[in-house]
Design a protein around this ligand. Structure first.
Ligand SMILES: [Zn+2]
Length: 130
């Protein structure tokens, strides 16, 4: 029996030694494919991250409003008014509003009359006016 093992040993070692370069070759051949896949995926991942970041930047107020709306529903009692105040702060009139030609007060874009002096606004933009 021992002789059989001793006879088999060199055959096993030879088989391992013969297989090793094939395994290493396969690994070496696979490596550029893996690196290529990683390199191809990286810009897409970076772009997706960039787009997500850009979206949060562009929709910062929307996201804050949505977050506040969600938070507001969970908050009851004495702290609720804080969320109401914050929320109205984010929806304050923007520079996109309309300035009164008479008193230069900034009114909301959809306003038809000046909140300050009552002068008519948006005359040219409203075909229904008159
Ligand atoms: Zn006015």
């Amino acid at each position: 029996m021992e002789k059989a093992l001793n006879d088999a040993k060199p055959r096993i070692e030879r088989a391992v030694n013969e297989a090793r370069p094939r395994v290493e070759k396969a690994l070496n051949e696979a490596r550029p494919h893996v690196e290529q896949a990683v390199n191809q995926a990286r810009p897409r991942a970076e772009q997706a991250a960039k787009q997500a970041w850009q979206y949060t930047q562009e929709h910062e107020d929307d996201i804050k409003r949505a977050a506040l709306r969600g938070a507001r529903m969970k908050v009851r009692g004495p702290f609720a008014f804080v969320f109401d105040a914050l929320q109205s702060g984010f929806s304050a009139p923007t520079p996109a509003g309309v300035q009164c030609p008479s008193c230069q007060t900034s009114n909301e874009a959809h306003a038809r009359f000046c909140a300050q002096c009552g002068a008519r606004l948006n005359d040219q933009e409203d075909p229904q006016a008159g």
